[in-house]
Design a protein. Sequence first.
Length: 280
Amino acid sequence: MTTDSPPVRAAAAPRRRHWPLGLGLLLTPSATAVAAYALPHAGLSAGSASATAFAGATLFPIIGLSLAAMVEVPLALALGAAAFAGALLLTLVFVQPPAIATILLVDTALTCSSWALGCSLGRRVQHAAHLFPACVVAASADLVSLLSPEGPSHAIAESTRALSVLATWFPVPGSSALAPALGVGDLLFMALVFGVARAHRLPYLRCIVACVTGTALAGAAAAASGLAVPALVPIAAVLVLAVPAIRQLRRSDRNAARWSMLIASSVAVASVARTLLSRH
């Protein structure tokens, strides 16, 4: 006598959790809106107010990007989100809503476009160690761009209009002023880092802390010197030091990586030398 075995249920497909994406994209504008309402009457010293504004304009975008990077979406959807964010920023160039509304829209658009483009590119990097030459090249390019009068970063830093749509902003406690911090290039690079980290299982929290630490170093240097500081230089340096896996270049990649890093760093050194000579 035989008995029929109970039917075997197919294993349920794992449910994708998309809440980190929504939280990550909305974190920065939400925090900015709360700060704009709560901080104008805060009684802080000038130094504390500046530090708080810088922390708000950097920590929330970095944490937001790190949350959004945890969710992988189809490339077409990511490109659509980037196109929408780009169209929003272009609209804000010609249409100027009230200041708070503008920075809420800018913060949303920059976070969204950086996540869509940076994370999508990072997830397609073939090996984690490709981040090593990318760090050197990005840091060198940021330095040259800021120091060269014709560089994009230099032009943005000198233009309030450009800064208004190409950098994250946060209210300064105790006043109605707004302070900029991270530029679109900084956000794109960190989104790429988070995409690589998720794709190649790098220590994710360490990558986040490295980006926060590098940004804090850039802010401290800018506050001490009174000059604009290329944030990607300390961010890239801390990443390379803090995450050993990205320094483990494969033998087949070493020659190309060394040449790219040598050329990029040489251009950066030449740019620094030219700037120093022009001041004497």
